[in-house]
Ligand binder design. Sequence first.
Ligand code: GRF
Length: 200
Amino acid sequence: MDYTKGMVLGVLGSGSGSNMQAILDAIDAGTLDARIALVLSDHPDAFILERARRRGIATGVIDCGGFRTKFPAEAQAATAARLQDAGVDIVCLAGFLRLVGRALLDAFPERILNIHPALLPAFPGLESWKQALTAGVSETGCTVHLVDEGMDTGPVILQERVPVLAGDTAESLHARIQAAEHRLYPAAIALVASKLAPRG
Ligand code: GRF
């Protein structure tokens, strides 16, 4: 039985949405058997929402009550309800800049993924490619992991290594990591989907 058949994804993002685009491209190419049912953002002007609208995907804005970085429990509960109403099986954080807590985690146990631009546990937090350059490492990468209450701390699902090259700038390294992310995220979703029990 193909457990990945019809896997329904919900995506949360705060920015450009290039990783969501990569997920859509993998679906189009037939390498990921899924569909994106709903895209939510905490920023009404985020380009990820525009990308979704262009594809006819339902979108929504998460109201965080004016808090700049906090993800209030009420907003998490409302987000969980919208995702559940859309029939979402797996929630993909794709450049979502708020820390998820119990209200959302408990609604989707072991079913919330995040992509991070470093080989976790190295360089958690923001602008990890700059952290890698500052540390002088010869190799960094990207990680897809299950989300828990910590910042970039959940169990690793897949990682891809990316070399740091002589003469790399923050921009060139970030671009190379993003290219790897776009391969890694669809592959990690397919892996998680293959391990989930079929619905119904
Ligand atoms: C990615 O680099 C991801 O690793 C980080 O945020 C960025 C999102 O980029 N969590 P995009 O919005 O998918 O283009």
